[in-house]
Design a protein around this ligand. Structure first.
Ligand code: ATP
Ligand code: MG
Length: 316
């Protein structure tokens, strides 16, 4: 179990992490999702021991990590969101170099390195210069590097960004294999659906705080139910708006052409009943449903930046 308690970090007066709390069970493939600037990279760097927190605690099982840096290094493998430049260093030399940082001798590093290169689909690239690898290949190499000392926890910062669809698929398979090997994998992204496909649980971060955490099913249903209903009306738009305005569960309404966006607090059954009411009263409904998997309205709702009340973008 990786446990983070009240983690705080400021950069020159700006709060990047604001009492972040998180518990990740061992063996989990955990997704860390949030918009740009939410604090994902900051939190992950702190977990990897590369950045100091202002306050807060991190525990793995019962080990308090900030007090035992060597133990933290052993337990955690980190893949950054940004790759440095490695003048003339070849792929295997690069792995040997990182291996030596963990006290692994050259021969062992080469043996482990070959296995890891096979695992990430880079076999045969041992002698190629790191700088001449494609971006996707550098990402795979970086994953191999994060695993050189066989850590129990892998912290991967946006590992799938910039990968083509096939590489993305292969990457997901690699992560699932790691989970099957008993590793705990923590992966960040700003796209919920990308994580939804592979992660068993998700933490949503915004302004340095976890605003939602749970199983993928729970998060998706919370997200979907916070998305507005999108109703396209073929005829009798004004009648439809009248019915929606009377509806208690509708907190806000926007009309754009023949589309109505209704922020609606009901579950699936209430959604279906509302559709029936519209149709029964003669509204010709062309399409009806909620957007799936978009985090936008959830962030607006939780952070309270959404105005209450009705609003019409065009005259009705
Ligand atoms: N080295 C730094 N100096 C000053 N401010 C920083 C620094 N690194 C991050 N920040 C600030 O901390 C906040 C969190 O940034 P962070 O990089 O952790 O976000 P993120 O969730 O990883 O975003 P992204 O999705 O863009 O990668 C932002 O407001 C950012 O501007
Ligand atoms: Mg980041």
């Amino acid at each position: 179990m990786l446990k983070i308690k009240d983690l705080c970090k400021q950069y020159s007066g700006r709060q990047a992490l604001d009492s972040l709390n998180l518990e990740i069970p061992t063996g989990e493939l955990f997704g860390f999702v949030g918009p740009n600037g939410a604090g994902k990279t900051t939190a992950m760097k702190i977990m990897a021991g590369l950045l100091r927190a202002d306050s807060g605690e991190i525990y793995i099982d019962d080990i308090k990590l900030f007090e035992d840096y060597n133990r933290l290094k052993e337990l955690i493998g980190y893949m950054p969101d940004f790759f440095g430049v490695y003048d003339n260093l070849k792929v295997m030399e690069y792995l040997e170099f990182y291996g030596s940082a963990y006290g692994i001798d050259t021969r062992s590093a080469q043996k482990i390195g070959r296995e890891l290169l096979g695992m990430v689909g880079l076999d045969g690239r041992e002698d190629q210069a790191v700088d001449s690898l494609s971006r996707g290949m550098k990402q795979r190499l970086c994953l191999a590097r994060a695993m050189i000392h066989d850590p129990q926890y892998l912290i991967l910062d946006e590992p799938a960004s910039g990968l083509d669809p096939r590489s993305r698929h292969e990457f997901k398979e690699i992560l699932k294999n790691l989970q099957a090997l008993g590793k705990t994998v923590i992966i960040s992204s700003h796209i919920l659906m990308e994580l939804a496909e592979i992660c068993s649980s998700i933490g949503v971060i915004e302004h340095g705080k976890i605003i939602l955490q749970g199983s993928i099913e729970d998060i998706l249903s919370a997200v979907d139910s916070s998305n507005p209903l999108m109703i396209q009306v073929y005829a009798h738009l004004d009648r439809a708006v009248g019915i929606l305005k009377e509806e208690q569960a509708v907190s806000r309404l926007t009309v754009q052409g023949s589309h109505i966006l209704a922020y609606f607090e009901g579950g699936r059954e209430e959604e279906a009943r509302l559709l029936k009411r519209l149709v029964d009263q003669g509204v010709l409904v062309q399409s009806y449903g909620r957007e799936k998997g978009s985090l936008e309205s959830l962030f607006l709702k939780i952070t309270g930046s959404e105005e209450a009340g009705y609003e019409a973008e065009s005259s009705i």
